[in-house]
Design a binder for this molecule. Sequence first.
Ligand code: ADP
Ligand code: MG
Length: 721
Amino acid sequence: MAQLRFMALDLVNKRPKKDVDSEGSTKISDYFEKDVFSIKEMRTNLAPSIYKKVSKAIEKGEKIDPETADSVAAAARAWAMSKGATHYTHWFQPLTGSTAEKHDSFFDPMSKLEKFKGSALVQQEPDASSFPNGGIRSTFEARGYTAWDPSSPMFIYGATLCIPTIFVSYTGEALDYKAPLMKAVDAVDKAATKVCQLFDRKVTRVKPSLGCEQEYFVVDKALYASRPDLVMGGRTIFGHNPARGQQLDDHYFGSIPTRVYNFMKDFEKEALKLGVPVSTRHNEVAPSQFEVAPVFEDMNVAADHNILLMDLMSRVARLHELEVLFHEKPFSGLNGNGKHNNWSLITNTGVNLFQPSSSARDNLIFLVFFVNTLKAVFEHEGLMRASIASAGNDHRLGANEAPPAIVSAFIGQQLSAVLDELEQNGSVKVDKGDNMYMKLGIDKIPEIILDNTDRNRTSPFAFTGNKFEFRAVGSNQNVANPMTVLNLIVADQLETFHSEVEAEEGKGTEKRLAIVNILRKYIKESKAIRFEGDGYSDEWVEEAGKRGLSNVKDTPRAIDAYLTEKSKKLFAENAVMNEVELEARNEIMWENYIMKIQIESRMMGDLAMNHILPTAISYQNKLIVNANGLKGLNIDHDSITTTIKEISKHIENIKNGVRDMIEERKRINKIEDSRDRAIAYCDDVKAKYFEDIRYAVDKLELLVDDEDWPLVKYRELLFLR
Ligand code: ADP
Ligand code: MG
């Protein structure tokens, strides 16, 4: 039974202890974007007139005409072939959660030449019948197509030119993550630009930006392969906590184990070649847990880069005999994996709208965006929660040792004081000739708002100086989902704000005063979303309940927030998604959830019955022989008998648990409605059986002889050197 475990451990011990190699260029500028058909490459490789058209189209987010596309395609092919590429592919993000590609050769056997037409660059029809579509395609159209997104540069991966694309049905419904995100980016651009123009006519475009802090675990490949639960579901469904977990906090910011360091250097280099601007690396809280973060970029590109990076990390890890775990909770009892989404809005004039400044006027702009964001999050907290829902993230949000599933915003002491003062100055009258900024107390927002002591690690949505950080995002998620929601709700809120300002101005109110009064109203209305205390505490859960904030702990119910009348209206009015698309997506998420729990449940049954029980029984038999022997010799054997009884009890519990769980699955699988089925899987399979079965197995791990135990243990998985 335990053979596989010891073979794997043996392999790990024999891994060559390579030192960090220092060959190759260490100057990043030598290879940064080497494999990217960047703006710079376009300028070099395109005729000036074509380049001008393309860069304008990219800058303004406009369509590219067929002739221009032909020229771009020809140049991209020549460039790609000069770098050894033989194929091209439309690279897209279907709702399966990973990326998809179908490679086509540049070589045309008819003409015996390499070819790549503009039409093939712009649009392609993948054989997509097996991608999830939540019933859209069967109801409306049989086919979908991918369409080029010129704002995200093409890159070479392996020997293939990858073209970032969106994936939509012929009737226009989005079948991917990227299309809605791009629409939400447009919506926030439009709304934020309008609001900026209340102050500054030179602002003609506002772009959301994103920097993702990606957490992950690294384990040895052989150990990983020996644990079917990791291979199939990305997390350990059994395993007792090691004697030395993360209590000591010694891993955090400690030195990085050599094997992992080599891996990091390697994937970072590959990432940089692909234009992913990775810049920081460090150990995380748990043993064998790490983080990588790139410098922030335009929303759309950053989102693409995040999944590209995850894919790349998995591939490079295997070359180092390692495996990366992006699951939100690979190990119980240890810190989970999150992905902080750092977000801000930046104008074409180079101003970060979330950067407080020393000028009073600019601070009013800052306050407008700051307060509107808080108001948006308050109005749509349920939707924010829904946007980060997944079976994996359910283990982080609202579960043990994790932040609750409540969305709240942390803004720090100083800004809280600013908002409080603004709110309380409600009756201040501002007359002509007054310094209104001073009178309203908004002339003195300190420029550097947060120092490191004013950080709150427990807040799901925190203001950190010049950006907001959506921290409750799951590490394994495509960030397009939460970022679509965040950009959309802020867009919608800014539109409302703009109309309200116009209406007030129409009544003859001075513009700045109108703005301040509306902000005051928002500050009052959205107060419930602000929370500065310990987000992990029980008091907060209670307090949040009193404030009317939602606390939905599981995915099947959390995603209901997408389908409320309020949400449907929000998505439709801002042209991000229609009702059909929203419903289809929920359908896919419920089905996906069911699949995940089903797999884990089967895996649990299989491991428990076929690996754990036989091991426990055979060990128990040894003890019985021993007890009988002792008895024959008239030696006290009470403690052995006690252990035998204990083992029996756990065996019994496992057997009954697995049997009942299987019966439940059979019943649930007959439920027609996918939401009901997902909820049943959540309540009647996962909640009812997983912990009990695990408890018994983990107890057996402590009782059974280490030599016999079939699964690689936590201490073996986690202390990689
Ligand atoms: P931490 O949150 O740990 O202090 P940093 O301040 O270094 O980390 O930033 C984390 C991430 O936030 C990085 O990816 C960084 O590029 C990104 N970031 C910084 N400024 C902005 C901004 N204005 N908009 C979006 N992301 C930003
Ligand atoms: Mg952070």
